[in-house]
Write a protein that binds this ligand. Structure first.
Ligand code: ATP
Ligand code: MG
Length: 284
């Protein structure tokens, strides 16, 4: 049997999913390729993400990580290849359809409005997740219904006490937490995070790491991240991309010991044994 068709059934060892018998692989791609006018940004990528894990996608600047995210969430059509999510072929789907299936990229549909408060932002995200029209006329009466759930989400991302501040008043790290809260409002099964700690202070990085770990409970997370301390601390499996291709895959110990991976990082990083690749603070 082609593993791509069904995937093995297994007992989920994974976070919060108990002993459900579910397909082991939630997201997989085969031959995923994206060309921009002849330039191959993503080349024949085979990715398999196990349900309930935190899967890292790393690689030097320009490796094709964000393009992969754009392909997976259907923001870009692939030139070639197949994407399967939760047993379905989603290759031809539209971004909103994929999001409805629970595959959601942070900052995708939910947006954070700087002049609205933290509470208003999360309430609005909940309303939009429900599919209600974007109707400010009846905002107060209708949105008030979402208060309890909004406060729960705000607590989940560690923003209790910040409810009445506008998003624009939040420190940077807290703003990313708010963005994650508005993403969680969509109730994702699988969350894609592109450099959630980019441009953050050491303290904020630690807070976001803890937050990612918390939101990964009962979910799958695909994480693009330059900060290798974050990668080693969070990721169960890591796929290394260079020049659009998969160079290596495994846990952190395996990929960091891989000479090809080390070579790919040479010249851009003192080593993959820790620290941060350049550009980590340039993608805010
Ligand atoms: N819309 C586009 N048109 C043409 N080239 C593109 C487009 N989007 C991305 N590219 C190119 O594809 C390559 C991969 O870019 P991508 O943004 O996916 O890399 P990345 O791994 O996310 O890099 P970074 O770590 O810097 O964020 C780069 O060479 C980039 O210039
Ligand atoms: Mg990128």
């Amino acid at each position: 049997m082609n593993a791509f068709n069904a995937g093995p059934l297994c007992s989920a060892r994974i976070r919060g999913l108990g002993a459900l018998r579910v397909s082991d692989t939630i997201l997989e791609t085969e031959g995923l390729t994206k060309e921009f006018r002849g330039f191959v940004a993503v080349s024949d990528v085979r990715l398999q993400v196990k349900r309930g894990t935190i899967h890292g996608l790393i690689g030097p600047n320009g490796a094709g990580k964000t393009t992969c995210f754009n392909l997976l969430t259907k923001f870009l059509p692939p030139t070639r290849g197949v994407i399967r999510y939760d047993g379905r072929d989603i290759t031809a789907m539209k971004p909103a359809e994929v999001a409805r299936l629970g595959l959601v990229r942070s900052f995708q549909i939910s947006a954070v409005f700087p002049h609205m408060t933290v509470l208003e932002n999360v309430r609005l995200a909940l309303q939009r997740a429900r599919g209600d029209s974007f109707d400010f006329w009846r905002s107060e009466s209708v949105l008030a219904r979402f208060d309890d759930r909004a406060r729960d989400l705000i607590a989940d991302v560690g923003l209790t006490g910040y409810e009445t501040l506008t998003a624009g008043q939040l420190p940077y790290g807290r703003k990313r937490a708010l963005e994650i809260a508005t993403t969680l409002a969509l109730d994702p099964t699988m969350l894609l995070l592109d450099e959630p700690t980019a441009g953050m202070t050491h303290e904020d990085v630690a807070r976001i790491m803890a937050l990612v770990q918390r939101v990964a409970q009962g979910r799958t997370v695909l994480l693009v991240e330059h900060n290798l301390t974050v990668v080693s601390g969070l990721c169960d499996t890591i796929t290394v991309l260079t020049r659009g291709r998969v160079l290596a895959e495994g846990d952190y110990a395996a990929v960091s010991a891989n000479p090809e991976v080390q070579a790919a990082y040479l010249g851009t990083d003192p080593g993959i044994s820790g620290g941060t690749t350049p550009g980590a603070s340039t993608h805010a």
